[in-house]
Design a protein around this ligand. Sequence first.
Ligand code: GDP
Length: 439
Amino acid sequence: MFDNLSTKLDRAFKTLKGQGSITEINVAATVKEIRRALVDADVNYKVAKEVTDKIKEEAMGRDVLISVSPGQLMTKIVYDELTQLMGGEKQDIQIKGDPAVVLLSGLQGSGKTTFAGKLAAYLKKQGRNVLLVACDVYRPAAIDQLKVLGEQVGVEVYSEPDNKNPVQISQNAIEFARKNNKKVVIIDTAGRLAVDEQMMAEIEQVKRAINPAETLFVVDSMTGQDAVNTAKTFNDRLNFDGVVLTKLDGDSRGGAALSIRAVVEKPIKFISTGEKMEALDMFYPDRMAQRILGMGDVISLVERAQQQFDEEEAKRINQKIRKNQFNFDDFLSQLEQIKKMGNLKDLVGMIPGMGKAMKDVEIDDDAFKPIEAIIKSMTPKERAQPELLNGSRRRRLAKGSGTDIQQVNNLMKQFEDMRKVMRTMNKMSQTKGGMQQMA
Ligand code: GDP
């Protein structure tokens, strides 16, 4: 995400590094490079100019502190301005009313239906009783797609395949929700390939009829300036409450994320970063600015880990580690948990400094496949007692899992190393009371 922009901004800051102080001349050169980097990232020109003018003004007004270099100071100034540009504070989705109604709008292919599923999963996780509503009266396939997603996340889907009136369908769905104790209704509407009058009139009518607590506009971030223009058109008609940026895991240049707020004056509320139902994040302008500047995003990483990790399972594993009983069954269960957290490359990108380093490295969930295959080839007894795995058993595992003996030996070594670290931590926790609480 935003790799190119990050690299270019980094280069711009380098022009300041090694300089003892910020002068008008070197600020002007740096700011020009920053502006070019933003325009190359498909940020609207006017927005890029405004933000870099502000950066320049800020930089000139500052005394360089002894403790920071001009480059660091500039990074901080740019970080503050990018955060402001993207809206400053995080804005939450409004879940109000009984039921609370969320209306989704956007072009076909923007990722609207996928997002409907993700939002349903997200709200369900908060303990809410959610209903998804398929309101695309033109594409029967869209109804089926939502049903599949609903089933995947365990949320009921309301549809009326023979009714061609979206206003009626959404009103009936809300009635259905009231009768069936559903507290949130998410309405997925029809999209077209391009903005057209009939679609606009239709969704406008739906909005007027049901008066949703929240109207969200879903847009594909890979479409850059087009995303911003489409957002403007939709907002002029719908006066929506927030934006959902999708496909930020793709080769997005970042322009949409950076300029939508300034052009449309509506906050981005969610970002979608993959096809998995878990790949949804709240949008934090400050964290996004950190990511763009290659500062990593440890906070989001930790939060996602907290959301996906199963508390009970973590406790059980901790117990086993304390008793030196961690075995291959536990190892497998930990792998499952990590996979649930979403796209691996994305996760790595959130670690400071790693985003850039990993830019050209391909990592995907397949990286775990050989390890899983080896563990799954073990008998239950072998998994529970890894010390049983002698040479001949290891050869059998390699054969059974379609790997080679080297890979099996590597895994055994990693596993042993892991157990060693665990044993050391155990000893420490027994000697130092403080560590005990961490375990
Ligand atoms: P709709 O026509 O607006 O309902 O769009 P869909 O939800 O059907 O999405 C269109 C395509 O984009 C599908 O193939 C989705 O799997 C894919 N998609 C949706 N969101 C994301 C995302 O965040 N990242 C990626 N890589 N693909 C996505």
